[in-house]
Design a protein around this ligand. Structure first.
Ligand SMILES: [Fe+2]
Length: 174
């Protein structure tokens, strides 16, 4: 479903470092900025440059990265991102529970509409088109996600998709 998201074949080489950051961060370090109200950990983004794919990607596209902690039994309703064109996400491999990240191309206010789910494989990078309607329903466990934002003044999803595909086809990563 390239229209909504693209699963790369690129495994993160800095996953374990980010996982350690998530696990060891105190509760107070997770801030909940408005308007998204998702517990967010800000970190030194230079660590991302240790990953060969991200280093190449970030030399072409300006990004703003955070770690998110989705709490259990919380949903984030249908929306399009206002501040971000698209994101590269990576699920951190910490006690994975049941969670849904859904997209639709119909305005989700009618009685029924098509939905498309990302089945995240942890430790792999995914590009998401956050200008399409999406929602998240996180059920039983806290869920940690690296989210690399391409901001509103950056390139649009289709252009970023080209770059990501080009980089992922260039060589086999991870
Ligand atoms: Fe969003």
């Amino acid at each position: 479903m390239d229209k909504f998201f693209y699963q790369t074949s690129i495994k993160s080489s800095i996953h374990d470092t980010l996982k350690e950051m998530c696990i060891s961060a105190s509760n107070e370090s997770w801030l909940a900025p408005t308007p998204i109200n998702i517990p967010t950990l800000y970190f030194d983004e230079s660590i991302l440059l240790q990953d060969e794919f991200l280093s190449e990607f970030m030399s072409k596209v300006v990004t703003k990265s955070v770690l998110f902690r989705l709490l259990p039994n919380i949903g984030y309703g249908w929306h399009v991102d206002r501040r971000r064109q698209c994101v590269i996400n990576m699920l951190i491999n910490v006690d994975i529970g049941t969670s849904y990240c859904l997209f639709t191309d119909k305005k989700p206010e009618i009685e029924s509409f098509p939905i498309y789910s990302i089945n995240y494989i942890p430790e792999y990078y995914y590009l998401l088109n956050t200008k399409e309607f999406h929602s998240i329903y996180n059920l039983d466990k806290p869920r940690y996600i690296l989210s690399i934002g391409i901001m509103q003044d950056g390139p649009i999803y289709s252009d970023v998709l080209e770059i990501v595909k080009e980089l992922s086809e260039k060589r086999s990563w991870g």
